[in-house]
Design a protein around this ligand. Structure first.
Ligand code: SAM
Length: 320
């Protein structure tokens, strides 16, 4: 097992199934831009081989399917079915939810037990303003279908002072009523937000979120697993919410995440664009692939930072 001096090792793999997305969220891509598939995206079968190698070489036991938007990828069905056969402890999915209704049967039949849906607002007009595509009612219907089928849902919301800053509590109400854990993700300085004023204008800190929530609910901090990205809070008799406090309380020192992009590059850190190309390894014998992977993983682990410093690479490309 490869471990660094802080005791960090790779345990969680995030697989970006495609770099393409049907949304163009204002905080993710600049005006007029939309992310397209990477030039040399790997097939579902090829990604599955890489996942198997990473299970052996790094001890990966948790995997999240992400993107881009995984549900728009033609690889989605095959990959989901395949990855559920690999004996991982935990498989989850992050989606913007626009195609949950169409993919309901594939998701439910695969046996996946939990998904995260990114949803920044409950107001249709604001939804179009932030996502610049898609339809709120369709996402909400998809969430209901997942809950009815017994799939656990968490919602990810990126609070943005100028857009949905007035929905911090109403989003929490919506989630508590449905037994959904809401995760507020502090805005991250990624892509076009690294420079310019948008980050400063929109960033809402964990303290400011807690102040707003405290006006309605009593809560106390509760346990989270060692390598959890979220700080979690319990509202007695109502439920739990979390804050992924990249800026206020960075979790880099206990980060166990490794990312595989849709075109076969490994990233050891979301705040570092250094990467290792592993796409070729699928043509090697397993022992050779595993030995090459060991040194690549050591290098990827060295890329991990001690705090999130911002990164010009767009998150959709690396895999959020
Ligand atoms: N398309 C999928 C989705 O919408 O969940 C998966 C990819 S998306 C990049 C993953 C998550 O990253 C979403 O919850 C999105 O809101 C979040 N995200 C993207 N850019 C971000 C930023 N600059 N700061 C914080 N979160 C961001």
């Amino acid at each position: 097992m490869i471990v660094d001096r802080l005791g960090r090792r790779f345990r969680n793999l995030r697989v970006s199934l495609t770099a393409a997305c049907n949304y163009a969220c204002t905080y993710c891509v600049p005006d007029g831009k939309r992310l397209m598939p990477a030039k040399n995206e790997l097939g579902a079968d090829e990604i599955l081989v890489l996942v198997t190698l990473l299970q052996q070489a790094a001890g990966i036991d948790k995997l999240r399917i992400t993107g881009g938007e995984p549900l728009i990828s033609p690889k989605f069905d095959e990959f989901l079915q395949g990855v559920m056969q690999l004996g991982l402890d935990d498989v989850s999915l992050t989606t913007n939810g626009q195609f949950l209704t169409q993919k309901r049967d594939v998701i439910v039949d695969s046996g996946i037990r939990r998904i995260n849906v990114s949803l920044d607002t409950l107001v249709a007009e604001k939804f179009r303003d932030i996502a610049r595509s898609g339809d709120l009612a369709t996402v909400l219907a998809g969430i209901d279908q997942m809950l009815e089928a017994g799939v656990k849902v968490k919602i990810n919301m990126v609070p943005l002072r100028t857009k949905n800053g007035d929905e911090i509590v109403s989003m929490l109400d919506y989630c508590l009523e449905r037994g959904i854990e809401l995760r507020y993700i502090e805005l991250m300085r990624m892509g076009h937000l690294l420079h310019g004023n948008q980050f400063q204008a929109d960033y809402m800190s964990m303290a400011s979120l807690l102040d707003l929530i405290g006006e309605k609910y009593e809560f106390s901090r509760t346990d989270a697993p060692f390598d959890s990205t979220a700080v979690r809070f319990q509202i007695p008799d109502r439920g739990v919410f979390g804050i992924i406090a990249n800026e206020s309380e960075p979790f880099c020192k206990s980060c166990t995440r490794l990312r595989l992009s849709s075109d076969g590059h490994l990233y050891g850190c979301l705040s570092n664009s250094r990467n290792q190309y592993v796409g070729d390894l699928i043509h090697e014998s397993t022992p050779i692939a595993l030995s090459k992977l060991q040194s690549m993983l050591m290098s990827a682990l060295e890329d991990k930072k001690l705090a999130f410093e911002g990164e010009v690479t767009v998150m959709k490309f690396i895999g959020g």
